[in-house]
Design a protein around this ligand. Structure first.
Ligand SMILES: NC(=O)c1ccc[n+]([C@@H]2O[C@H](COP(=O)([O-])OP(=O)(O)OC[C@H]3O[C@@H](n4cnc5c(N)ncnc54)[C@H](O)[C@@H]3O)[C@@H](O)[C@H]2O)c1
Length: 374
């Protein structure tokens, strides 16, 4: 495996490849989201329409693992910032979940509906292969199970596939999130039942939809929003949900708000207008800035740290890479411990008068620190 700043150039394995790979670690270091990343790679292929960033934050606990996001960020630096923030979150997620993996994430700057082509994914598979085991990936926003299968046929460093893998991790993420929602309710309201509660869900994709199914089945009343109107209409029919605009779901009066779309939904601007006193959802990087949690506490808002509650998918894909083979029962047992970890964080945060994300980060850093010291 490569170590921090050891390698400056990598070449695709196919000699006639049009893919160009550049180490952009130094460029990334100029952004405030950098946080000491070990490596950041840019893969460009003009012919096949690829602009991809692979961001490797910390490999103290093992090789970097994290999904690939396909999203049309407005600028390259927006995409780079997203990749950096997401891979840092993966380091903490893996550490808290006790997985032998480090933090990594990739962003392909493209519209997944109109610009994602087989040729682009082909070029991206070459990039993954050239990274030679530094980084393992799978689904995220804009990268589907079919895409993961396509990549897996071309390079081994892909998890969460149905071509020899354990399949789409999203339902497992949704299960962990659902159990985490219950843990948050129990801590804040004294009961973990969702029956009769109003729950606002932002984002009705793979995870958000699956979470809604569970909440609806147990009698919650749902308020939903998605920028995809078809998805929102389907949720109205399937769950008798109230549909609101995406911009207003943050303020919707509810017992709990579950962000399941993109990040930065909790900021100093949105927090004063939150319509719920509990925030527990699957989206990565819900806080615009780590410090924004300081605005939640004085308002009595309980926040379930995103990388703790949404770790189900990671636990599932990591198990697929286990040398002893994938064990579904062990995965489910591990996911069922997410509420226990959350409850510990809630109680410690309450006892110490600190934000829940501070406690989660301290726990993750302790484990990473122990690995570095060993
Ligand atoms: N899939 C997983 O296993 C997994 C694991 C951990 C974390 N997450 C995180 O959970 C979130 C959802 O992931 P997913 O796999 O369901 O993605 P997805 O692409 O299947 O769904 C995302 C949904 O959010 C909607 N959306 C985007 N921007 C929105 C906005 N501003 N307002 C309302 N809706 C919006 C999209 O239209 C889409 O329906 C992401 O933040 C992802 O990083 C996913």
């Amino acid at each position: 495996m490569l170590h921090a700043h050891e390698a400056r150039t990598l070449r695709p394995q196919k000699t006639a490849s049009t893919l160009k790979m550049t180490d952009i670690t130094e460029r990334a270091a100029r952004l405030s989201a950098f946080d000491g990343h070990e490596h950041v790679w840019l893969g460009e292929d003009e012919t096949r329409g690829l602009t991809a960033i692979v961001s490797i934050h910390n490999t103290a606990l093992g090789p970097a693992l994290g999904g690939t996001r396909v999203w049309p960020h407005a600028t390259f630096d927006d995409a780079l910032t997203d990749a950096l923030r997401l891979s840092r979150g993966m380091t903490f997620k893996s550490a808290i979940a006790g997985m032998p993996f480090g933090g990594g994430k990739a962003v392909i700057k493209a519209d997944p509906k109109t610009e994602k082509t087989p040729a682009m994914l082909e070029a991206y598979a070459e990039m993954l292969a050239a990274l030679n085991g530094q980084y393992y990936t799978g689904e995220d926003v804009g990268l589907t199970l079919a895409d993961a299968n396509f990549l897996r046929e071309r390079t081994p460093n892909v998890s969460g596939t149905t071509t020899g893998g354990s399949g789409n991790p999203s339902p497992v993420t949704a299960l962990g999130t659902f159990l985490g929602v219950k843990a948050a309710l129990k801590h804040a309201l004294g009961s973990n039942s969702v029956k009769g509660l109003r729950i606002a869900v932002q984002g009705l994709g793979s995870v958000g939809w699956s979470l809604c199914e569970r909440l609806h089945a147990e009698g919650a009343s749902l308020i939903v929003a998605d920028i995809d109107e078809t998805r929102a209409r389907q949720a109205k029919e399937a769950f008798a949900a109230d549909v609101v605009e995406s911009a207003t779901i943050v303020t919707a009066e509810a017992d709990l708000f579950a962000p399941c779309a993109l990040g930065a939904v909790l900021s100093k601007d949105t927090i004063p207008h939150l319509g719920a006193k509990i925030v527990a959802g699957a989206a990565n990087n819900q806080l615009a800035r780590h410090e924004d949690a300081g605005h939640l506490m004085p308002r009595g808002v309980l926040y379930a740290p995103d990388y703790v509650i949404n770790a189900g998918g990671l636990i599932n894909v990591a198990a697929e890479l286990d040398a002893d083979g994938y064990d579904r029962e062990a995965v489910m047992a591990h996911v069922r411990r997410i509420p226990e970890t959350l409850t510990h964080i809630f109680e410690r945060a309450h006892a110490e008068g600190r934000p829940t994300n501070d406690i989660a980060q301290a726990m993750a850093e302790e484990r990473i620190g122990r690995a570095c010291a060993a």
